[in-house]
Design a protein. Sequence first.
Length: 322
Amino acid sequence: MPRLTHAGDRLYRFVTRTPGTTCETAAPALDMSAAEVQEAADALDDLGLLSKCPVTGIYTPYPVEHARIKVLNPAQHSLNETQSFIDQLRGELDELTMSTADVRDDTSLEVVPGLGDVRKLIAGLADGSRTEVLTSQPGGARDEEVLSESLERTERLLGRGVRMRTLYQHTARFSPATASFVGRVTPLGAEVCTLAGGFPRCIIFDKEVAIIPLTDGSHGAAVSRNSHLVSFLSEAFERAWSAAEKFTSENDQSARAAITSDIQQTIVSLLIQGESDNRIAHVVGISLRNCQRHIANIMKSIGARNRLHAGYLLAKEPFNGV
């Protein structure tokens, strides 16, 4: 759509007051370059407000009403047609919803296989949420691209006064990108806490709709509106939230030490259970190499000769940290 720019506004006013204006005379008078004048003139021409004589180069202004006829009226007509289409489709969908409400299986899950469709679904549910969004994002540090993609959506959500609570894992605190994201959204009202072991990935809107990942390892998701399942997930989230620690600045040394100790205690607990390195790394939300480094330090601090010996020693005597 053509726009009336600031430069175009100045040029149009000047031309209407100064008959015989050309690009060469307008540029110094308006303190603009010839290219800027030409660009402004082209924009005015698109609006039907200005023409240029191909022989003399003189600009001729047209009444403002020309812009209404050429641009505004057709745009308004197109808008009215779009609004009519939206109203009609909304009515048809509402009627379809009512006619199928009794036969719909409330226990079924809606599977959304594609990542792009999942993101669109999340954006739509977020824009339609009224009271609160609960989100759990385990796995430690979050991808910078994902955080950037969700920032605008989060800001809109909080700007409408919707409460938002997010659970990360402790290891997310050591990610500059994640810490920066939290620093942007918490002043807007977002609440962020972390856990050592994390909580299964999910997003819950208004405690009415839940989005959970598919178990096939894909980027798809399953959507549930079943009140029993959503209520169960919400209650589990609330219990995890009550045990979580508030996300604080990475410069808070006392909190950093407490978080590190909590991570080590979780690793110890999993070692006692005989879990593999891969499983421990997944639960705690760190890389396999980082996990193995933690385990090596723990074994060294307690004088364990091997994993079996470590499990025995840790089960026998409480671990006090590396």
